[in-house]
Design a binder for this molecule. Structure first.
Ligand SMILES: O=C(O)C(=O)C[C@]1(C(=O)O)C=C[C@@H](O)C=C1
Length: 368
């Protein structure tokens, strides 16, 4: 052994000892933090026997603070992801949180639920968006996660319609997921004879150009979810599926082509729904739904107070109202919390100008 290799291995050994020591310190600190969270739980219960354990505004503040304090070398996102998991474990000690999502297992919605709540939450798959709403309303799960808009395909109308049918539910948060689609096959698939491609209709639309270029003659079959598409491919030798990483892993499929979405920055926004209001976190959004009579200038009248109070609108969607022809409901998102004076004033004025105005919730702007 030469001198240089012996000094390299010595320093590797000593660096590993240092890592062992640091791991012991981190372990002790995480345990101390977890005991602190247990004490938080007893304080919450003393104050209110039906206390809410999950506090989205506090979690957003913790993650934003970690990102502000971080000096690297790990990126802010990486550091926040680690703390996301620590908090998820701490919350599970207080109460294991059950989260309904648009299933089956392996959907992007499951990925969004895990991104938002961390790996210690208990995900509960459902068959449809309105079932997510029903599970939360019935108290079968604490929270729910539903897709609301995609950057290339627009709104998910089922979600907006479900809000109108579930007046007691509140938006508690949002999470944005970068969506990468892959063309997936099973070990039985004859790759040169793919004649059918399954996916959710939105995913087929998001990969339209790629499909036109690479599989112009394959039949495109829309199914209820990407995960369902992945499941079907397992038993057919001439089919492929378009789905994401979770589905590929869940159904042990191979990627024939990766990241085939037409828009490279393709992302989907999901909403967290719950039964409580969320206090301000310092950087919040509010979503409202307003029912309008179909008369000239009605939309202008509704929006004018927001403009006058300097409120920054981030989204406006209209849907036909289900009660009465020629009436519309508008879904509006804006920056700010319902407790802010400016927001209160704008909402009071706007509600005088509409047939009905409901605040769907104020919640922290997505951190991760
Ligand atoms: O601060 C609280 O209320 C806690 O319960 C602690 C804690 C955390 O681990 O930091 C855990 C869960 C909550 O959702 C928010 C934060």
């Amino acid at each position: 052994m030469t001198d240089s290799s012996s000094s390299t291995s010595d320093s590797l050994e000593s660096l590993r000892q240092r890592i062992d020591q640091l791991d012991s310190d981190i372990l002790a600190l995480i345990s101390e933090r977890a005991r602190c969270a247990q004490q938080v739980a007893s304080v919450k219960l003393t104050e209110d026997p039906s206390a809410v354990f999950y506090r989205p505004e506090r979690e957003a503040r913790v993650l934003r603070r970690v990102m502000e304090l971080n000096d690297g070398p790990l990126s802010n996102e990486e550091m926040a992801r680690l703390f996301r998991e620590i908090m998820s474990s701490c919350l599970a000690l207080e109460q294991p949180v059950r989260v309904a999502y648009l299933g089956p297992e392996g959907t992007f919605t499951e990925q969004a639920a895990l991104k938002h709540f961390g790996g210690s939450a208990v995900p509960v798959p459902t068959n449809a968006i309105d079932e997510v709403f029903r599970e939360v309303e019935a108290g079968a799960t604490h929270y729910g996660v539903v897709p609301v808009e995609n950057s290339s395909e627009g709104i998910v109308s089922h979600t907006l319609d479900s809000f109108m049918a579930s007046p007691s539910l509140k938006i508690n948060g949002e999470v944005v997921l970068r969506i990468h689609h892959h063309l997936l096959v099973s070990e039985r698939t004859r790759r040169d004879q793919i004649s059918r491609i399954y996916s959710h209709s939105q995913s087929l639309a998001q990969c339209r150009k790629w499909l036109d270029a690479h599989y112009p003659h394959a039949e495109r079959v829309a199914v209820s979810s990407n995960a369902e598409a992945a499941r079907l491919v397992k038993s057919e030798w001439h089919s492929a599926a378009i789905a994401g990483d979770m589905a590929a892993k869940r159904y042990e499929l191979e990627r024939v082509a990766e990241k085939i979405e037409d828009q490279p920055d393709n992302s989907t926004r999901f909403l967290i729904i719950g039964t409580h209001d969320v206090p301000p976190s310092g950087d919040d959004k509010t979503s409202i739904v307003a029912a309008m009579r179909n008369q000239p200038g009605a939309l202008h009248d509704l929006l004018e107070p927001f403009h006058r109070h300097g409120i920054d609108m981030t989204r406006l969607e209209s849907r036909p109202s289900h009660n009465g022809a020629w009436s519309y409901v508008f879904f509006i998102d804006f920056k700010g919390h319902g407790d802010d004076e400016r927001v209160k004033a704008a909402l009071a004025e706007a509600s005088e100008r509409t047939a009905d105005l409901k605040v769907l919730g104020s919640y922290p702007v997505g951190v991760l």
